[in-house]
Design a protein around this ligand. Structure first.
Ligand code: PMP
Ligand code: GLU
Length: 400
C-alpha cells in the first residue's frame, strides 16, 4: 500500500542531486568517477568568512536567531544591494533563509494559489518546476532555443501571459545554460510586464558574480515594475558556501513579511553561525576580493578550455555561455546510435551510458526542460575536466 501523500508521490527527486548520489555510490565501490553533475564551486570558502564563523561560535551565537535574519545581516545585504547593484532596499525587505532554494519555495508558496500559472523560460533550473508543483500551481514554459543562446524574446513572453499568470521566474546568469540577459533585453521584458500588472517576477541572481561579460544586470533596476520584482540570491556560488546553507530575498515589504511568517512555521530561520559568517561575506566587495576574482577567472579559463575540447567531439553543438559554470551541449546526433546491446534513445540514456562506461556523471537535459541537451558542470579542476572530456569523447566515439 502506498501511504505517502499525492504531493510527495508526484514530486521528482532533484536530478542534479540524484546524479551526484549515484556517482558517490560508485566512488564508494572504488570506481574512479568524475562528477560533473553537481553545480558547486570546487573552491573553499574564503578564510575571513570561516574566521567569522569560528568567532561567532566563541561568542555564543548559538541561540535561535530572529526568523528573517539578524538585523546586522539584513542591513549588510541591503548595503550589498546598494554597493553592487545600485538598488535601494530597507533591511525589512530582506529575508534570510537556508539557501536560495528555500527563498524560492518561500516566495512561491506565499504568492501563488493552486491553478495559477507560473511562466518559466526553458531550459530552467531543476527545482523550479517541482516547487511549483508543491504549490499546486501550473508551470508554463517558454522555449529558448540553442540558436538564440537559449534566450527567450519579449514577444514570446507577451504571447505566453494570460489573465491567470501570477509569476515569471528566471535565472540570469542561467542554470543550466549559462545564458546572461543584458540590460536592453531585460528592459524589453520590463516593458511587457508594465502592460500586465498582475504578474510578479522572481529574478534568481545566485550566479551574479560568475559573469564573464562584465557587469551584472538585475531586472529590479526598472522602476516601473520594481514593486513586483523579488530578487533571490545567496552565498552558495559567489562565495563557495554551498554547505553553509544561506540564501536571501529582497522583496516588496508585504511579500517579505509573508515569507517571514511562512519560515516561522517551517524552519525558524537560517543557522545562527552561518548568518554571522554571512555578514562578513556580504561586507566583502567582490570587485576588491582576490578570492572571488581568482575563482571567477578560473571558471572563465575552464569554460574556454571545456568549450574548445567539446567542439572537437563530432556531433555535439555547444553555445557559448557568458556566466555560471555549466555547458549545455545538444546531443541529438547520438540518438538512435548504439554500442553492443545498448541503444541511445535519449539524453537520459546517454548520461547513463557515460556514467556506466566512462565513469563521468553529467545531467540529462530533461531535468531542466530540454530533451535535446545534457548539462556539464565545469566547476572542477582543469585536470579532471580534461580527463572527463577525454573519456566522454572516447565513449561517444564507440557509438555507431
Ligand atoms: N537557483 C539556482 C539557479 C541554482 O543553480 C541553485 C543551486 N545552486 C539555487 C537556486 C539554490 O542555491 P542554494 O539553495 O544552495 O542557495
Ligand atoms: N543548484 C545546484 C545544481 O544545479 C546544486 C544542486 C541542487 O541544489 O539541486 O546542480
Amino acid at each position: 500500500m502506498n501511504y505517502l501523500s499525492d504531493r510527495i508521490n508526484q514530486l521528482a527527486e532533484s536530478e542534479t542531486l540524484a546524479m551526484t548520489r549515484r556517482s558517490r555510490e560508485l566512488r564508494a565501490k572504488g570506481i574512479d568517477v568524475i562528477n560533473l553533475s553537481i553545480g558547486e564551486p570546487d573552491f573553499n570558502t574564503p578564510e575571513h568568512v570561516k574566521t567569522a564563523a569560528k568567532i561567532a561560535i566563541d561568542q555564543n551565537y548559538t541561540h535561535y536567531p530572529p526568523v528573517p535574519g539578524y538585523p546586522e545581516l539584513r542591513q549588510a545585504i541591503a548595503n550589498k544591494l546598494k554597493r553592487d547593484n545600485q538598488l535601494v532596499y530597507t533591511p525589512e525587505q530582506i529575508v534570510v533563509s537556508t539557501g536560495a532554494k528555500q527563498s524560492l519555495a518561500n516566495i512561491i508558496l506565499s504568492l501563488v494559489n493552486p491553478g495559477e500559472e507560473v511562466l518559466i523560460p526553458a531550459p530552467y533550473w531543476v527545482s523550479y518546476k517541482e516547487i511549483i508543483k508543491l504549490a499546486e500551481a501550473k508551470g508554463v514554459f517558454i522555449e529558448g532555443k540553442i540558436d538564440y543562446n537559449f534566450k527567450v524574446s519579449a514577444e514570446q513572453l507577451e504571447a505566453a501571459i494570460t489573465p491567470n499568470t501570477k509569476l515569471f521566474l528566471f535565472s540570469s546568469p542561467c542554470n543550466p545554460t549559462g545564458t546572461v540577459y543584458n540590460r536592453e533585453e531585460l528592459k524589453t521584458f520590463a516593458d511587457v510586464f508594465e502592460r500586465h500588472p498582475q504578474v510578479f517576477i522572481i529574478s534568481d541572481e545566485i550566479y551574479e558574480h560568475i559573469n564573464f561579460r562584465g557587469k551584472h544586470e538585475s531586472i529590479a533596476q526598472f522602476e516601473s515594475i520594481r514593486d513586483r520584482v523579488i530578487i533571490v540570491n545567496g552565498l552558495s556560488k559567489g562565495f563557495a558556501m554551498t554547505g553553509w546553507r544561506l540564501g536571501y530575498m529582497a522583496a516588496p515589504l508585504e511579500i517579505a513579511k509573508a515569507c517571514d511568517k511562512l519560515q516561522s512555521q517551517i524552519t525558524s530561520g537560517a543557522c545562527s553561525i552561518t548568518q554571522r559568517a554571512a555578514i562578513t561575506a556580504m561586507d566583502t566587495d567582490p570587485s576588491n576580493s582576490p578570492d572571488i576574482r581568482n575563482m571567477v577567472e578560473a571558471f572563465h579559463y575552464r569554460r574556454d578550455l571545456a568549450l574548445a575540447l567539446l567542439k572537437e567531439i563530432p556531433g555535439l553543438r555547444v553555445n557559448v555561455p557568458d556566466g555560471a559554470f555549466y555547458l549545455f551541449p545538444e546531443v541529438v546526433r547520438y540518438y538512435g546510435k548504439s554500442y553492443g546491446e545498448r541503444v541511445i534513445h535519449s539524453a537520459t540514456d546517454l548520461c547513463d551510458y557515460l556514467l556506466d562506461t566512462a565513469f563521468v556523471a553529467i545531467v540529462p537535459g530533461v531535468a531542466f526542460g530540454s530533451l535535446d541537451c545534457v548539462r556539464i558542470s565545469y566547476a572542477t579542476s582543469e585536470d579532471q575536466l580534461r580527463e572527463a572530456i577525454r573519456r566522454i569523447a572516447e565513449a561517444l566515439a564507440k557509438l555507431a
